[in-house]
Write a protein that binds this ligand. Structure first.
Ligand SMILES: [Mg+2]
Ligand SMILES: [Zn+2]
Length: 234
């Protein structure tokens, strides 16, 4: 798994930067959960930081079965950028966790992925919103890594990097593997019907092995999901 900090452009809230400016060594130093001191009984579940985790394709931007291979193919879903800005204004940090096996397949390279994310950051900045960190898995399914969703590795890494207990952290996705990864990490899974969402929902109703994780919230799109997250936060 890799992560990239948001670009310098549009920056200005300096005190928040430390939350995503970690070096690789810090990741490895924190790699064993057994090294973390246990919280006192009855405490620790309450996070001082509010965090939301988002899948990218089909949640923030339109999905494509042909992969999003260049910035031109990255097109925001209506209302999604405003929704992220609303989360920010309500005190939430926003982290993205995205499978990008197109890198392993050679469909695009890291420079292109960064260019796609630059476009996303700049589009978001025009709405006054920000994504605090993007975590991506560059591997193909047959590489059997621990970061590719439905594995929970990428989600757990976000929890470590933000020092947040993931229990109940809202996490939004359009594919079953997103929801499974979120649920496996203890998050509150939220399905949106954009992207693959409608297909995911239909399959869950007809195939027992494609059932949604227990207590998955179902929303029309990210805008509705954010409304629900903010209502529950009150
Ligand atoms: Mg997706
Ligand atoms: Zn991976």
């Amino acid at each position: 798994m890799k992560s990239s900090p948001r670009p310098q452009a549009g920056e200005g809230q300096g005190e928040g930067n430390a939350h995503y400016k970690f070096n690789e060594q810090a990741i490895f130093q924190q790699s064993s959960p057994h090294l973390s001191p246990l919280p006192p009984a009855g405490e620790g579940a309450k996070n001082s930081m509010k965090l939301v985790i988002l899948d990218r394709d089909g949640v923030i931007n339109q999905d494509s079965s042909q992969f999003i291979k260049n910035p031109d193919e990255w097109i925001a879903i209506s209302g999604s950028l405003e929704a992220i800005a609303l989360l920010n204004q309500s005190g939430f940090k926003v982290a993205v966790a995205t499978n990008q096996s197109g890198i392993s397949r050679g469909l695009f390279d890291m420079a292109t992925l960064n260019a796609i994310h630059d476009k996303m950051h700049h589009a978001l900045a025009s709405y006054g919103g920000r994504i605090d960190a993007i975590f991506y898995c560059p591997h193909a399914a047959d590489e059997h890594c621990h970061c590719r969703k439905p594995e929970a590795g990428m989600i757990e890494e976000i929890g470590k990097r933000f020092s947040v207990d993931l229990t109940g952290v809202p996490a939004v996705g359009d594919a079953l593997r997103d929801l499974q990864a979120f649920a496996n990490a203890g998050c509150q899974p939220i399905l949106v019907r954009t992207g693959k969402g409608e297909t995911t929902l239909a399959a869950s109703l007809t195939h027992a092995d494609k059932a949604l994780p227990a207590n998955t919230w179902i929303c029309a799109d990210l805008a509705e999901a954010v409304q629900m997250i903010l209502e529950m936060d009150d």
